[in-house]
Design a binder for this molecule. Structure first.
Ligand SMILES: Nc1nc2c(c(=O)[nH]1)N[C@H]1C(S)=C(S)[C@@H](COP(=O)(O)O)O[C@H]1N2
Ligand SMILES: [Mo]
Length: 313
């Protein structure tokens, strides 16, 4: 029997075009534009509307469409507000994201406090369309705006003793009701090895969907490390510290047998309580296979040469 597909599940053509089709379509479009250029009597409006499908067809490099702005900003993990993913947006709506300062300190030649506005001026944000894969086995595709963390780190000049980077989230109990929940070692903290932090895929995000970074998404500024489970992508960062030893991280402190320091997406290493082989892409009906390093294997696998990824989970 053929299942009846509700009209809401029928994806517009420009969304389901695979990357190859998209490139082909773009090629055809470029061809027709060139033709149009030698046909001066063609109305201008035709040329403009011909470009529409291409500019709105936002996908990641694998051809997966970006999630809706509504999904991205209404389904969030942000325990400083609440553990209810659908309650974060409401509870965080008055959280003040600007002005916002980040202090970069520790083993660096030029320790400094930066305002996010100034960072955006120094490092103009670029769009990065990344998959975000939560350790809970759901995922989204998010069009971030941001800049490589490496640019900021190069500016402060880590000393030769710096081996890791430690990140800390703002601690504001008056504005973050979830901080009253017992059992969490606040403030939220995370860490990366220095080479992971310097990798070009690692960004500080200052916006998404071409707009500002709303409170629920981690504004004033948040880390995004797309090949790792989502909990590494720490929100509302106020402190970045260069250190010599592997720093403590919140989820590792709570349950070290379940959440390691590396937390690289790995479909072959299950969470002790569930499989990591598949995931639920928000907005899709059936589960899909999870990818090694969340699909960024080619770019990042060499960072872990010779490491046992089952032990260093
Ligand atoms: N400070 C802070 N950062 C955080 C979290 C959090 O609870 N607090 N949750 C993490 C988890 S588990 C995930 S999956 C992502 C979710 O990001 P999103 O809500 O923007 O999709 O944020 C991560 N960063
Ligand atoms: Mo997560």
């Amino acid at each position: 029997m053929i299942p009846k597909i509700p009209s809401s599940e029928i994806t517009p053509k420009h969304v389901y075009l695979s990357r190859r089709d998209f490139i082909k379509a773009a090629g055809v479009l470029a061809g027709s534009m060139a033709l149009a250029a030698c046909a001066p009597d063609l109305p201008e409006a035709t040329q403009i509307s011909a470009a529409d499908p291409a500019t709105s067809a936002k996908t990641d490099e694998l051809g997966d469409p970006v999630n809706s702005f509504k999904d991205i900003t209404n389904y969030n993990n942000y325990y400083e507000f609440t553990t209810d993913k659908e309650g974060v947006a409401r509870l965080s709506k008055d959280f003040k994201t600007s002005p916002w300062d980040v202090e970069v300190s520790g083993l660096v030649k030029n320790p400094r406090k930066f305002g996010v506005e100034d960072l955006i001026k120094s490092f103009p944000p670029e769009e990065r369309i990344y998959r975000l894969r939560c350790v809970e086995a759901w995922s989204m595709v998010i069009p971030w705006m941001g800049f490589p963390l490496s640019k900021l780190l190069s500016l402060v000049e880590p000393t030769s003793d710096a081996k890791y980077v430690r990140f800390e989230t703002v601690f504001k109990p008056d504005e973050m009701p979830g901080l009253r929940q017992p059992g969490y070692p606040w403030p939220y903290q995370e860490g990366l090895r220095l080479d992971e932090a310097m990798h070009d895929l690692t960004i500080l995000a200052t916006g998404l969907y071409g707009g500002e970074l709303l409170p629920q998404s981690g504004g004033g500024i948040r880390l995004v490390v797309p090949w790792k489970y989502g909990f590494k992508s720490i929100k509302a960062v106020v402190k970045i510290e260069l250190v010599a030893e592997q720093p403590a991280t919140l989820w590792n402190d709570i349950a070290s047998n379940e959440y390691g320091f590396y937390a690289n997406v790995n479909p072959r290493v299950d969470h002790p309580r569930w499989s990591q082989a598949t995931e639920r892409r928000i907005g899709e009906l059936s589960r899909r296979a999870s990818r090694m390093f969340n699909g960024y294997e080619e770019q990042v696998a060499s960072l872990y040469d010779g490491m046992d990824l089952a032990k260093n989970y």
